[in-house]
Design a protein around this ligand. Structure first.
Ligand code: ATP
Length: 298
């Protein structure tokens, strides 16, 4: 008996970052859009105890010990229900690792939902969302999918209406970036100036609600982009290549280093993807559209 859950990646169409709080976290206004790149997490009983395996192009970069976010989810749910996390978790990984697309958070939410189904815990949606928020800032959104505004550390979600399909091209960089390192550079770049409270942009919310790619392109923003570019200056080359290929908007995805290109339709996605592949500015290129559904049993 095994259970498989499919979970999407995300792109932030807006990421507004406030000043560092006393606890080191940052208040965010994060407008998440789930996109159709998926990891699949399969869980099955394991008499020998918790075990993690992973397959996919980036599998070598995924930790297989207790630090894996999927393993942490299984442990957290097991602890909550007073049982042992005796499962084999297999991750079929298609979301770029350390790419700013919340791949680890996706596996975390996927493992939680899969273990919940396997063990028949009967946890409510609210309980699962609470556990997600304890496990990581981006994890609740991986469970919910679609589009949502995240506040607090990004974990307090308000689901958003989306009036159409948005087409994206993603350029995966040669190496990853550590999210905490990007935030540290953000803090350094902010030294000596007042950082405004992060607020959601009404233009972004309206563009999503209308399903209007031109309006969305005119309003996307990412406060972490200067920090990501300062740690990884070569990303400017990918952004320029995507713009030259006609993308409506070019931005770093979350903390990077994946770069995200909003395009008008599937045809322009194919054209932009081709141009990015030829530009030699990235390791691989992916196309996906959003909104995509959140974590779901397969
Ligand atoms: P975010 O967009 O939420 O900031 P990310 O997409 O930049 O995250 P992840 O792919 O989640 O980054 O991986 C970040 C690090 O977390 C990896 O370098 C890896 O060491 C660790 N990690 C732990 N569990 C996983 C997992 N299941 N999949 C990928 N990475 C994991």
């Amino acid at each position: 008996m095994s259970v498989t859950v499919r979970v999407p990646a995300k792109v932030n169409v807006q990421l507004a970052v406030g000043a560092a709080r006393p606890d080191g976290f940052h208040d965010l206004a994060s407008v998440f859009l789930a996109v159709g790149l998926y990891d699949e997490v399969t869980v099955a009983p394991s008499p020998s105890g918790l075990r993690v395996t992973c397959a996919g192009p980036d599998a070598a970069e995924v930790p297989l010990d207790g630090s894996n976010l999927a393993a942490r989810a299984a442990e957290a749910l097991a602890a909550r229900y007073g049982r042992r996390a005796d499962v084999h978790l297999h991750i079929a990984k298609d979301i770029p690792v350390a790419g700013g697309m919340a791949g680890g958070s996706a596996d975390c939410a996927g493992a939680l939902l899969a273990c919940d189904a396997l063990w028949g815990t009967g946890a409510s949606r609210a309980e699962l969302l609470d556990l997600c928020a304890e496990l990581g800032s981006d994890v609740p959104f991986s469970l919910v999918g679609g589009a949502a505004l995240g506040t607090g550390r990004g974990e307090r979600l308000r689901e958003l209406e989306v009036g159409g399909v948005f087409h994206w091209v993603f350029a995966v960089a040669e190496r990853g970036l550590s999210t905490p390192a990007v935030f540290r550079v953000f803090d350094r770049l902010c030294e000596g100036r007042r950082v405004p409270e992060p607020v959601a942009s009404q233009d972004v919310l309206d563009a999503l609600a209308k399903g209007d790619p031109d309006a969305l392109a005119a309003s996307v923003s990412n406060d972490l982009q200067p920090a990501a570019l300062s740690l990884f200056p070569e990303l400017a080359g990918a952004l320029a290549a995507g713009r030259a290929a006609g993308a409506l908007a070019a931005m770093v995805s979350g903390s990077g280093p994946t770069t995200a290109f909003l395009v008008r339709d599937a045809e322009s996605a194919a054209r932009t993807a081709q141009a990015l592949r030829r530009s030699g500015t990235c390791r691989s290129v992916r196309m996906a559209s959003g909104p995509a559904p959140g974590a779901a049993l397969v």
